[in-house]
Design a protein around this ligand. Structure first.
Ligand code: PAF
Length: 281
């Protein structure tokens, strides 16, 4: 696996692959890799000739009181996992390499960046869209792979790609869960054993909503109330949102007459976790 630390090296590696007529698949990450990330690498391997991954803890998508400083950085283990998955290129820029001093240019996906997590994490999706646009310009992938766990992020990136005519196909891969249902996340590493148990409430609440839906309930207020009731029972968990939204617009849906996204975010101890399911009528 070729490790590129500079933008120039990454561009050269990508252009070499293109010269050889190869399709380049790209998996952007912030490291602390788990099976969810590895599923993206495997999907990229299946659909591309050359796979590049990036590890960059993007300061621009963290708020001033968020976990940028303590975000898990496990480079040696990440590198080994990527080697094992036979990724071809790893891009690991520094923040200085990615953001020149005095940079003032951002990408904002209007009308979507303030939905779901964007409401409680102002500036987060602007940071995500900006770094992903930059990564796309540097890596120049044919395909890029993202996890459905970050559902709003996927919607925002898809809209950015469409609006800016970026020549990359976005592939969204299913959520990977632990055997007990907890969605895999790098932030799960923060959880104490007790918090790890409490964190299961997110999936339990989503499952309760799905069960009610399968029993015929189509009123979203009733479905949301059922999910919130489950969330409220778990002590030490602070609900941020439990919403049922249009999966493309991220706006609330009153009656369930078409597919919807059921999305939840909550703080368990001090760790913010998200999860979601899709319901199809
Ligand atoms: O999903 C993530 O890990 C990050 O938001 C991403 C897409 C790598 C951008 O920093």
């Amino acid at each position: 696996m070729k490790v590129c630390k500079t933008i120039d090296d990454m561009r050269a590696a990508s252009r070499e692959a293109r010269r050889e007529g190869k399709r380049l698949g790209f998996v952007p990450t912030m490291g602390a890799l788990h099976q969810g990330h590895l599923s993206l690498v495997r999907a990229a391997k299946a659909k591309s000739d050359v796979v590049a991954a990036s590890i960059f803890v993007n300061p621009l998508q963290f708020g001033p009181t968020e976990d940028l400083a303590k975000y898990p950085r496990t480079f040696d283990a990440d590198r080994e996992l990527l080697e094992r998955e036979a990724a071809d290129i790893l891009f690991v820029p520094t923040a200085k390499e990615m953001y020149r001093p005095g940079a003032v240019t951002y990408v904002t996906v209007e009308g979507l960046s303030d939905k779901l997590c964007g409401r409680s994490r102002p500036g987060h999706f602007r940071g995500v869209a900006t770094v992903v646009a930059k990564l796309f310009h540097i890596v120049e992938p044919d395909l890029a792979f993202f996890g459905q766990k970050d559902a709003a992020q996927c919607v925002i990136i898809q809209r950015m790609v469409r609006d800016l005519n970026l020549p990359v196909e976005i592939v969204v891969c299913p959520i990977v869960r632990e055997p007990d249902g907890l969605a895999m996340s790098s932030r799960n590493a923060y959880l104490s054993p007790e918090e790890r148990t409490s964190a299961l409430v997110l999936y339990r609440a989503l499952t309760a909503t799905r069960t009610l839906f399968e029993q015929g309930e189509r009123n979203t207020a009733a479905l949301i109330a059922a999910g919130r009731r489950v969330m409220a029972k778990e002590r030490g968990v602070r609900l941020d949102y439990f919403e049922i939204v249009d999966p493309d617009l991220l706006t609330p849906v009153p009656e369930l007459t078409r597919p919807v996204l059921v999305a939840v975010a909550a703080v368990v101890g001090t760790t913010r976790l998200i999860d979601n399911i899709l319901l199809s009528v």
